[in-house]
Design a protein. Structure first.
Length: 301
């Protein structure tokens, strides 16, 4: 069997040095790393580029972000995590003005920069205008990061569900992220940016009492891929699909315990787990069109 170095040299001689290196990297990583060192002198001379020297992760310091529904719960943690990475954050809210202001104050106390911005995302005109208003409030000429986090979640058993329930969930959970994404993508300009949608790991398992919610989130999951394709290469579009992270308000302990019984990792996740996935997707320059489940394995059944 050929060694990594031999395969590298052979492929380089065929005129595809970089392609062969990538392949070898996947196939026999340890052997290939050795091969690069040896092959560098023998062939292309650009082996440094194929050797791990420094992370390609983007530096987010000074970037401008909008986090919808950033006043409370997961959105508040995502906003603070971005701010801790040096991002200037517009913390959007609808009803939770006081909570959003408290998030802004916490960011300022930690040395970061943030502002609040209000909008009702059930309204198309407000959703379309929000990214521009967020950039203005930050004093930024552009937007670099959009996190579509705001959401309506409530049980809607089929014998009780109304057309208004359906519309509320489609408007806030699916149409608003779409309209915000289009407006944000324009503000990302030539240099581009990243959009991150908060989806839901549960969309892979039908819940009979949550059909409109799950359909809206399944739509958002699909939209993530479609927009990633449509907005490439300028704008990356990704998603995070949380599982049980924070119980919905008003659920009882028995329901919470049942939820966790079905999670392979046997515990609730932490909002920071979700924020870490958002940060990864914001920083990863070669990742688009993916949705990362952060669900303790819940989707595995
Ligand atoms: N919590 C979990 O364990 C979990 C699990 C799976 C998926 N997720 C997803 O992760 C995201 C965050 O979850 P969460 O539990 O923190 O969310 P949440 O508390 O259910 O909602 C987040 C925010 O959405 C905003 N919102 C609702 N309707 C709005 C409207 N018409 N206009 C503007 N904003 C509106 C609310 O802002 P105001 O308070 O300012 O009105 C609310 O605070 C959501 O997209 C959710 O679907 C969460």
């Amino acid at each position: 069997m050929r060694t990594g170095a031999e395969r590298l040299e052979e492929d380089a001689n065929r005129g595809h040095p970089r392609r062969s290196r990538t392949l070898l990297c996947r196939e026999v990583r340890g052997e290939w790393c050795q091969g690069v060192t040896e092959g560098a002198a023998a062939s292309a001379g650009d082996a440094e580029r194929a050797t791990y020297t420094a992370s390609t992760m983007l530096d987010l310091a000074g970037k401008a972000a909008l986090v919808t529904g950033g006043g409370r719960r997961l959105g508040a943690v995502i906003a603070q995590a971005l701010a801790a990475a040096g991002v200037h954050v517009a913390v959007h809210h609808r009803s939770s003005a006081d909570e959003a202001l408290e998030v802004v104050r916490a960011i300022a106390r930690a040395g970061g920069r943030a502002v609040t911005v209000a909008a009702d995302l059930a309204r198309g005109d407000e959703a379309r205008a929000l990214p521009g208003r967020a950039a203005d409030a930050l004093g930024a000429a552009r937007l670099d990061v959009l996190v579509n986090n705001a959401s309506v979640f409530r049980a809607t058993p089929l014998e009780e569900v109304t057309e208004a329930d359906w519309d509320a969930m489609m408007d806030v959970n699916l149409k608003a992220p779409f309209l915000c994404a289009l407006a944000a993508a324009r503000l990302m300009g030539e240099t581009g940016g990243v959009i991150i949608n908060l989806v839901d790991a549960s969309v892979e398992t039908p819940w009979p009492s949550y059909v409109p919610y799950q359909v809206s989130k399944a739509g958002l999951h699909a939209l993530t891929g479609y927009l990633a394709r449509a907005l490439a290469p300028r704008v990356r579009v990704n998603g995070v699909a949380p599982g049980p992270i924070l119980p919905a308000e008003g659920t009882g302990e028995a329901a919470d315990a049942r939820a966790i019984a079905r999670v392979p990792l046997k515990r609730w996740g932490d909002p920071q787990d979700v924020a870490d996935a958002v940060l990864y997707l914001a920083r990863a320059p070669y990742v688009t069109g993916v949705v990362i489940p952060v669900d303790g394995g819940r989707r595995l059944g």
